[in-house]
Design a protein around this ligand. Structure first.
Ligand code: PEP
Length: 252
């Protein structure tokens, strides 16, 4: 079985004052029987988020980590630092990091390895641009980007298919487009990680997931959850997406 996973990417939003009521509501609404729930606030909010979520069913993750365990990397945060705080997850390779901060397939792979070395679970993001989709290159791009999964520990891994043209645009992939990409990624994971790991790997969809489209996306057999940006900033909207997700679905 695969337990669905719904993750919130708050991006560069929130203050210590603003997240208290949000997280108190969330921890009350999330139980052990539904999907697994993770919130990924900015670094500065991790201690406050971890304090409120402590002992609850809500896990906390970061939005990035460096590939070195320590060193002269001004402004960066290392995976062991996140683990020391108590974070359980980290998002790696998000398209905003690739677009604005020079993230490459190689650096994303190195960050994912560092995260797992520190015992963190990774949400590894990949997805094609609009130009690549229009040129019919989607599956080739996913094949190239997913090479980073080789050598990762499947027990500490989820993959997020996030078409770049759907992130923050209000234009989500159709359920059929998502299913096609997810099925291809699961086949690819089979080649890279083995059939058993591919069968239990959670593959999340991300890109303008909202309460009103979550049900149809999450109904697809290879869509095991969602990485939610904008709609996760409102706790009621995020809870509606969580409740649209099946708790568990049969793995291959
Ligand atoms: C994201 O940032 O990962 C994301 C999917 O954003 P949005 O839901 O706003 O498209």
């Amino acid at each position: 079985m695969r337990r669905c996973l719904i993750a919130a990417n708050w991006k560069m939003h929130g203050t210590v004052a603003s997240i208290e009521a949000y997280l108190e509501t969330l921890v009350e609404r999330v139980g052990p029987d539904g999907p697994e729930v993770v919130v990924c606030p900015p670094f500065t909010l991790l201690p406050a988020a971890l304090l409120i979520a402590s002992g609850s069913e809500v896990a906390v993750g970061a939005q990035n980590c460096h590939w070195a365990d320590a060193g002269a990397f001004t402004g960066e945060v290392a995976a062991p630092m996140l683990a020391e705080l108590g974070a359980q997850w980290v998002i790696v390779g998000h398209s905003e990091r690739r677009q604005h901060f020079g993230e490459t397939d190689e650096t994303a792979a190195a960050r994912a390895k560092a995260a797992q070395r520190a015992g963190l679970s990774v949400i590894f993001c990949l997805g094609e641009t609009l130009e690549q989709r229009d040129a019919g290159e989607t599956l080739a791009v996913l094949e190239r980007q997913s090479a980073a999964l080789a050598g990762l520990d499947p027990a500490l891994l989820a993959v997020a298919y996030e078409p770049v043209w759907a992130i923050g645009t209000g234009r989500n992939a159709t359920p059929a487009q998502a299913q096609e990409a997810h099925a291809a990624l699961r086949r690819r994971a089979g080649e890279l990680l083995g059939a058993e790991a591919a069968g239990t790997l959670r593959i999340l969809y991300g890109g303008s997931v909202k309460p009103d489209n979550a049900l149809s996306l999450l109904a697809q057999s290879d869509v095991d959850g969602a990485l939610v940006g904008g709609a996760s900033l409102d706790v009621e909207g995020f809870c509606a997406i969580i409740h649209a997700a099946p708790g568990r679905r049969p793995g291959a």
